[in-house]
Design a protein around this ligand. Structure first.
Ligand code: URA
Length: 274
């Protein structure tokens, strides 16, 4: 955490200027009647783009994705053999492997960005138009909000988090990624996790959360609690996708509650490591 940040600065970073801070840290938006802040009671109809809301389909289950991905997930083969599966590759070779895959109509792969030795991995859904053009995750308006959210808890892609997506190629027309698309890119995310060995994964948005946690639970029920990544000894926290927050700014108080949980968890990881 960045000790220099005042609470007000943190809120400003999230675009929550003029919000009231209540005792205990809850937030009230300007003019809103005070109400308790906590995990959403409702099943949040959360999606990352307007088109996704319309086309919302359940995320494929990651257990099934692993099966779909087949031998791409195979363990590295015996020493000395020329194994070119993602599970055997280092960072540069993994990026090259991805670049050699079918781009599925996208301009280029969007592999990931940030500190590859960070303790915290941020996983989004899939590149949009800006990310497709630049080859970098979260560079559009949603990405700028994500950066502000991270800044609010002392994190940044320049220093202490790595950011990537479930899907590495932009789905046509910004639609939800299909099960096949997720399965095709899954070995890359798995290898990124293997190489990075993060201590915490933050899933932003429904698709990332449901895919990583191998469930169909609505995002509103997944946030606010610590999960375990089913296939590894790894903590997972969940929050709203910044694109959703751009469309639903009244949900930012919940995102702020999530960020405080994330910050606390990062703090406790640091304490355990000290
Ligand atoms: N939305 C995502 O989920 N990922 C990006 O990289 C950009 C927008």
């Amino acid at each position: 955490m960045n000790d220099d940040l005042t609470r007000r600065q943190q809120l400003a970073a999230l675009g929550l200027t003029d919000w009231r801070i209540r005792p205990g840290g809850a937030l009230d938006k300007p003019g809103a009647p005070a109400k308790p802040v906590g995990p959403a009671p409702e099943a949040a109809a959360e999606a990352t783009t307007p088109t996704m809301e319309a086309a919302a389909s359940p995320a494929p289950e990651s257990g099934q994705i692993a099966a779909d991905a087949g031998d791409l997930l195979a363990e590295p083969s015996a020493e000395g053999s020329a194994d070119n599966s993602p599970a055997a590759l280092d960072w540069p070779a993994l990026a090259d492997w991805l670049a050699a895959q079918d781009h599925r109509g996208a301009t280029q792969p969007v592999f990931g960005i940030g500190a590859q030795d960070a303790d915290v991995l941020i996983v989004g859904e899939a590149p949009g138009a800006n990310e497709d053009a630049q080859g970098v995750p979260f560079v559009g308006r949603a990405g700028q909000l994500l950066d502000r959210m991270l800044f609010a808890i002392g994190c940044s892609r320049e220093t202490n988090v790595y950011i990537t997506n479930i899907c590495k190629f932009r789905p046509p027309d910004n639609r939800d990624p299909t099960r096949e698309e997720i399965a095709a890119d899954w070995p890359v995310l798995e290898r990124q996790i293997d190489l990075m060995q993060p201590k915490l994964v933050v899933a932003v948005g429904r698709i990332a959360a449901q895919t990583l946690l191998d469930c169909k639970t609505p995002l509103g029920k997944l946030r606010g609690q610590l999960h375990r990544y089913p296939r590894r000894d790894l903590d997972v926290l969940v929050t709203y996708h910044p694109a959703y927050l751009l469309r639903s700014p009244d949900q930012k108080n919940k995102a702020w509650a999530d960020l405080k949980i994330i910050a606390r968890h990062i703090g406790s990881l640091a304490e355990r490591a000290a």
